[in-house]
Ligand binder design. Sequence first.
Ligand SMILES: NC(=O)c1ccc[n+]([C@@H]2O[C@H](COP(=O)([O-])OP(=O)(O)OC[C@H]3O[C@@H](n4cnc5c(N)ncnc54)[C@H](OP(=O)(O)O)[C@@H]3O)[C@@H](O)[C@H]2O)c1
Length: 222
Amino acid sequence: MRITLLGGTGNIGEGLALRWAPKHDVVIGSRSAEKAEEAAISCESRLRTEGITCELYGEENAQAITHSDVVVLALQYQFAIATAVAIKDQLGGNAIVISPVVPMTKDGFLRYVPADKYGSAAVEIQDILSNNNVVSAFHTTPAARLIDLKDKLGLDVLVCGSEQPKATVMELIKDIEGLAPFDAGPLEASYMVESITPLLINVSARNRLKNSSIRIIGQSIE
Ligand SMILES: NC(=O)c1ccc[n+]([C@@H]2O[C@H](COP(=O)([O-])OP(=O)(O)OC[C@H]3O[C@@H](n4cnc5c(N)ncnc54)[C@H](OP(=O)(O)O)[C@@H]3O)[C@@H](O)[C@H]2O)c1
């Protein structure tokens, strides 16, 4: 698949680029084509040190989404919304858009602050993109752990969206060794998943932890 990471020069973008590049065509998007190309070269060289040879591509955001099967909005909330508006007309109708976006503010502690009208970042993005398949995922996946290629992860990823694009994204998550996808319902359920991130960060800050994530503990039903 051709996966474009908008804001792929940042934390979660770099982590996903490194983890997906061995199996997919990864395009790093940036506001600056030069910065994107540098990030792509840097990822290639990081992967080479682990004995993995693959090519990544770096392009300016608008160019980067061309012919993409999957686009990840690897951007802070306010930039993700602005970028979704900017790319709306260019994005192919069948492209899957992954939102790891968590709207948060700090006011003594971190609070989850989605726009009242939508209830979650993912629903707001779906509303902007209308024809596209938005799937929310990776909210509880610490970028630092993805970036550390020696980290074997062992983390669960909650995924919300409509059935077909969600199934595709769950397969993409399985392509990252050490990540297990869990179906968390339709996109309308994304507010619950998004709100786990500030909770994890608040708990971490008070309990001398970093890069906290989640595991689902349950007994399987035959
Ligand atoms: N970091 C994590 O561990 C983590 C984990 C789970 C979910 N998330 C979510 O993932 C999203 C991205 O987080 P992040 O930590 O990866 O973000 P980040 O590193 O702070 O920023 C990502 C990219 O945003 C672009 N950017 C900066 N200012 C911008 C502007 N004014 N307009 C447009 N683009 C701008 C930059 O790319 P260019 O300068 O190259 O354009 C930057 O590299 C957030 O919504 C966050 O809640 C993060």
